[in-house]
Design a protein around this ligand. Structure first.
Ligand code: ADP
Ligand code: ZN
Length: 355
């Protein structure tokens, strides 16, 4: 099995590598520069891997910086604390930022790296399955505003993504399960064979068989890397990564980001998108049935959309659709997707009845 995936972005190309031990990798990067390095993580990750982090904190040019838990950490305030700390410690253009955590750590550490001295290099060490298969690839960095998530940020590529799957041993079951939404999504939109692999290995995946999980992560990285390499700045092709996300994002806002994890909302969003693909698009009944069967294997918290009209307003407010037509991602078949401008808000409302 390949343990490296290249993200091909010309001068900004880098490798995603499966590694055995993040500590060795951090040591290697820290010793590659004379300058200061900032390792950014969160307290609970630090506590779970205390021995390794304590060991790393003994390296003379490694500084550890802890950010808060949750989306509130993605703020201007914490960005300012990070860059102030870097300036205080005399970080320079050859300094490195090492982001060890899930999406929250990756987004803010990447953003801070992108603006300090107009940009220093950073490395992603994703510790959640979601970050391993999705957020650490593609260079999206950013913070939230009161008006919405990720409204300030940049596309700024890391110089490497280093994946140590041992981190997954401590990831709560619910987080792992939710992240599988993005995994399944890659099969749906891009790769029928990968979809079949997930169907055949679902028990192994849920039991955290690391060989199977590494294969799954490698496949996801290859697919995402293929898509972002074609389309770094999110024009056409990259939009298919939004499969299940138009309705999924609306579900997250409708439930005030309190009830569901991102992946759980995306599972629901994909159910609706499959319904629409079957009823108003080209997805045949067999593929539809098989897709629904796979989705039914994942546990989800209950969801009650009592007022569909209010819900639709959340769909209309998605920042991606400022124009009149929604650009909705449909499946033509398992493994093949496209952007459609023919889906109406009434049809979306109808699809909610499948939930
Ligand atoms: P993502 O967006 O990647 O799902 P977040 O950054 O929101 O992840 O992290 C979700 C939660 O999981 C946070 O509380 C984070 O500190 C915690 N976490 C991250 N990695 C691990 C891990 N390997 N083991 C246990 N908890 C983790
Ligand atoms: Zn997503």
């Amino acid at each position: 099995m390949a343990n490296k995936v290249k993200v091909d972005l010309g001068n900004n190309s880098y490798n995603i590598t499966m590694i055995e031990d993040f500590k060795d990798s951090v040591k290697r990067f820290a010793s590659s520069t004379e300058s200061q390095c900032m390792l950014i993580t969160q307290e609970n990750i630090f506590d779970l891997y205390k021995n390794q982090f304590n060991d790393l904190s003994n390296i003379s040019n490694v500084n550890i910086f802890l950010i808060d838990e949750g989306e509130k950490a993605k703020s201007f305030d914490s960005t300012i604390s990070i860059v102030n700390e870097m300036a205080d410690k005399r970080f320079d253009r050859s300094s490195l930022v090492l982001a060890i955590g899930g999406g929250v750590v990756g987004d803010i550490a990447g953003f801070a790296a992108s603006i300090y001295m107009r940009g220093v290099k950073y490395i992603q060490y994703p510790t959640t399955l979601l970050a391993m298969v999705d957020s650490s690839i593609g260079g999206k960095t950013g913070i939230n505003l009161e008006d919405g998530k990720n409204l300030v940020g940049r596309i700024y590529q890391p110089i490497a993504v280093e994946i140590d799957t041992n981190f997954l041993s401590t990831l709560p079951k619910r987080e792992l399960n939710a992240a599988l939404a993005e995994v399944v999504k890659y099969g749906f939109i891009y790769d029928r064979e990968f979809f079949d692999y997930i169907v055949n290995n679902i028990t192994e995946i849920n039991n955290r068989n690391l060989d199977v999980i590494q294969e799954v992560i490698t496949q996801c990285c290859e697919i995402k890397s293929d898509i972002v390499s074609e389309d770094e700045n999110e024009d056409e092709l990259r939009m298919i990564l939004n499969f299940g996300h138009t309705i999924g994002h609306a579900i997250e806002s409708f439930t005030k980001y309190e009830e569901l994890l991102h992946g759980e909302a995306i599972f629901y969003g994909m159910k609706c998108a499959l319904y629409l693909s079957n009823k108003f698009g080209d997805l045949n009944n067999d593929d539809y049935k098989e897709s629904c069967q796979l989705l039914s294997k994942f546990d989800l918290p209950s969801l009650n959309i009592d007022n569909k009209d209010i819900f639709i307003n959340f769909v209309k407010n998605d920042k991606k659709f400022r124009g009149e037509n929604i650009r909705f991602i449909l499946l033509d078949e398992i493994g093949k997707s496209r952007i459609s401008e023919d889906i109406s808000f009434d049809q979306i409302k109808e699809s909610l009845s499948t939930l």
